[in-house]
Design a protein around this ligand. Structure first.
Ligand SMILES: Nc1nc2c(c(=O)[nH]1)N[C@H]1C(S)=C(S)[C@@H](COP(=O)(O)OP(=O)(O)OC[C@H]3O[C@@H](n4cnc5c(N)ncnc54)[C@H](O)[C@@H]3O)O[C@H]1N2
Ligand code: MOO
Length: 396
């Protein structure tokens, strides 16, 4: 009870505005150190150093078409056939000769252009073609020279970035470490499998947040369940800090006698940056820091937990991974909710031709609306149904 009474006093502090909470969660954190990782493992990470060409691309003058490499005015006598994959240069072309050539094969020195098959007329060993300005030759280093920076630090490693890196001779990329995250799910009432008996509640947050945090770039260390006894709960949070950059706690963030997050943060001497956010649902959310470690407290109601994760976990993980804050899209909202002067409301919505339509089933304790949602509309305080609203899409 002492815990609850202390909390009531602190709870008079004004909550942080939703947009400000989101901004703080990104602005307060600095990126984790850089590491070199193989291309296959780099997708989704954020570059800590530029992608720098190690070799010229193309690596040698080569044909952009299947056809004939020719020299001088035609007709030309076909003297050889050059396919891709050879590692020695073909013999230089003499005047009025041609080689049959494949796309990507090295063009012999002296060739003026490549005549595609479609533009060529071959009879026996002789080939004719109309004059043309199109050369169809890709020159060594025309796309990139060694040492050229192609993608800047801070950019995400998309599949094309990985492909580009391979094309310029790289096997690894220098990226920021992934934030190591642990989920601590608390509640005496929780069960983690099967049909909950009377008085029991199935944990819905662990199965939702694990994949969500991973989609935001986290390396999920594990999910731990812990009961509500304050000292055991505090020990679980303290223990998690040993190896987790971010400990996400759910179901202990409010003001009740069993809501021990603030007690745990006091014992840790943590700095609390956000304690309550002016949004519905999801107001009992916490962002705290103990040294270089971060603690996020999410409410126990599952939809409220999702909203709070969108508010604090998404931007914090982005910042630790070295990514820019995600800029929400915006779209008109059709069917205004009742005005709320003080809170930002986060609604599950479906896209339609005329805009976003709120879905039923957005109660704090129920994921029915969220499960069918295309996205989540952010309705600012005092919104009266005019103009577009910001839209969040989990799983960027
Ligand atoms: N006097 C006040 N009471 C409450 C307030 C308040 O401001 N003043 N806020 C309410 C709001 S809003 C929320 S949200 C909850 C948040 O409470 P906690 O974060 O401390 O969470 P619990 O009390 O443990 O649980 C709340 C609710 O959610 C269920 N739950 C918890 N964990 C899970 C889980 N992993 N999966 C599914 N369901 C879960 C739990 O059984 C409770 O029903 O506080 C309100 N009270
Ligand atoms: O966070 Mo609570 O209702 O706002 O579920």
């Amino acid at each position: 009870m002492t815990v609850a009474v202390e909390r009531h006093r602190r709870d008079h502090a004004a909550p942080t505005g939703w947009a400000e909470a989101r901004r703080l969660a990104h602005a307060l954190a600095t990126p984790l150190p850089a590491e070199d990782v193989p291309l296959a493992a780099a997708a989704g990470r954020i570059l800590a150093a530029p992608v720098r060409a190690a070799v010229p691309v193309p690596g040698f003058d080569n044909s952009a078409m299947d056809g004939y490499a020719v020299r001088g005015p035609g007709p030309w006598r076909v003297v050889d056939r050059v396919l891709a994959g050879r590692t020695r240069a073909p013999a230089p072309l003499a005047e009025r000769t041609a080689v049959e050539i494949a796309t990507g094969a090295p063009v012999p020195a002296g060739a003026d252009r490549v005549v595609p098959y479609e533009a060529a007329d071959r009879r026996g060993d002789t080939v004719w073609a109309a004059p043309s300005d199109r050369r169809h030759i890709r020159h060594r280093g025309e796309y990139a020279r060694p040492g050229r920076d192609l993608v800047p630090p801070g950019a995400p490693v998309t599949p094309p970035v990985a492909g580009l890196a391979a094309s310029v001779g790289l096997d690894t990329l220098t990226v920021h470490a992934r934030p190591r995250v642990r989920l601590v799910v608390s509640g005496n009432e929780l069960v983690t499998a099967g049909r909950p008996g009377w008085g029991r509640v199935r944990d819905a947050i662990g199965p939702m947040l694990g994949p969500l945090l991973t989609s935001w770039g986290a390396e999920l260390l594990d999910t731990r369940t812990v009961d509500d006894e304050p000292d055991r709960f505090a020990a679980a949070v303290a223990g998690s800090l040993a190896d987790a950059d971010v400990t996400v706690v759910c179901g202990a963030s409010s003001v009740g006698p069993a809501d021990g997050l603030h007690h745990a943060l006091d014992l840790l001497g943590a700095t609390v940056h956000v304690d309550g956010v002016a949004c519905r649902p999801g107001h009992p959310q916490v962002l705290a820091q103990a040294g270089a470690r971060w603690i996020i407290g999410l409410p126990g109601n599952p939809y409220a937990a999702l909203v709070a994760a969108l508010t604090l976990a998404d931007p914090l993980l982005a910042a630790l991974a070295g990514a820019a804050p995600s800029e929400p899209a915006s779209a008109p909202l059709v069917g205004a909710p009742a005005p709320d002067e003080r809170h930002t409301r986060i609604l599950p919505v479906r896209y339609a031709a005329d805009g976003l339509h709120p879905l039923p089933g957005g109660q704090p304790g129920w994921l029915g609306g969220a499960a069918l949602a295309d996205a989540f509309a952010v309705v600012p305080p005092g919104w009266r149904g005019d103009g577009p609203v910001a839209v969040l899409r989990p799983g960027r």
